[in-house]
Design a protein around this ligand. Structure first.
Ligand code: ATR
Length: 281
């Protein structure tokens, strides 16, 4: 890949990577904040991740985003871990600190919390929150959610044993417990869907009575049309149901801030991405 080494270089590494919106988002951030950066998406072969990261930073690269399937390997490579990366056991942001150490952070959870609390005017503090799923996506967001001091976080997953394991590894951070899906008792103030069920157009088997007309729902997935989970939420009478496009933009903003010490404005690029998505309907 030919690069202009006079400009600070950033990449997102993944496999696949063609779908990534990160280059657009970071270019918009750079423009909005008057920063001069080059940010590109790079497809990395499964066996080439660590070598690609090393070569990138050795050649003077400033920062990396890491996406599927490399987030756990990014975490494993780092010498310094942020608290969020430590608990997530995965990283989406890498950079080298002034001491020359590879630092890993995970901005996914902060992105989710910023979208809910800042863009959507919601609050998680003192709220009763149900989180659906117990895979990497959920592990990646629990630390920042618990940092908001909710009244309680309940984890429910199709495979209950995974929810039990996940909840157990976060009990030091707040009140969190795993409950089998069929035994869930509402109402919850928030239901956050972190399963990949929406990707397949599926819905986790949820009992009735989890929501009231003041409950809000959030699907960490996003799509052109209302996700299956959000359609269920609205059908059950939820006050609002939002998808994860804002989380995508906000996690990028947090990465940008780690690299450039400037938190970029997000509203305009979020609107642009939403209208681009709508054109796909
Ligand atoms: P990710 O990195 O996206 O979290 P993952 O680690 O494979 O991916 O986890 C996917 C999550 O979605 C899991 O919680 C999974 O439930 P299981 O642990 O029972 O597999 C959940 N999931 C996927 N498809 C689902 C479906 N059709 N219904 C309910 N839950 C589903």
């Amino acid at each position: 890949m030919a690069v202009d080494t006079a400009i600070d270089q950033y990449r997102v590494l993944g496999n696949p990577i063609h779908q990534s919106k990160s280059p657009n988002i970071h270019s918009a951030f750079a423009e909005a904040t008057g920063q001069h950066i080059n940010y590109q998406a790079q497809l990395v072969a499964e066996d080439a991740f660590e070598a690609t990261v090393k070569a990138f930073f050795e050649s003077g690269g400033k920062g990396l985003n890491v996406t599927v399937p490399f987030k756990q390997r990014a975490f494993a490579m780092a010498q310094i871990l942020s608290p969020a990366a430590q608990k997530a056991e995965a990283a989406n942001t890498l950079y080298v600190n002034p001491q020359g150490q590879l630092v890993a952070d995970n901005t996914d959870g902060m992105g989710l919390v910023r979208d809910i609390c800042h863009n959507l005017g919601g609050e998680l503090k003192a709220q009763r929150i149900l989180v659906l799923g117990a895979g990497g996506a959920v592990r990646g967001v629990l630390q920042p959610i618990l940092a908001q001091r909710p009244a309680q976080v309940v984890i429910a997953n199709r495979t209950h044993s995974k929810a039990l394991d996940l909840a157990a590894s976060f009990t030091d951070l707040g009140l969190i417990e795993a409950v089998p899906m069929a035994q869930l008792q509402g109402p919850f103030d928030w239901i956050i869907n972190g399963t990949s069920a929406s990707l397949a157009g599926d819905l986790p088997p949820l009992p009735a009575g989890l929501l009231t007309n003041t409950s809000r729902c959030y699907d960490m997935m996003y799509s052109a049309q209302t996700t299956v989970f959000n359609a269920w939420a609205l059908g059950q009478g939820a006050a609002a149901a939002d998808d994860g496009l804002g989380m995508l933009v906000e996690q990028a903003a947090q990465s940008f801030n780690l690299w450039r010490s400037v938190l970029p404005p997000t509203a305009e690029i979020l609107l642009a991405l939403r209208s681009e998505l709508r054109k796909q309907i």
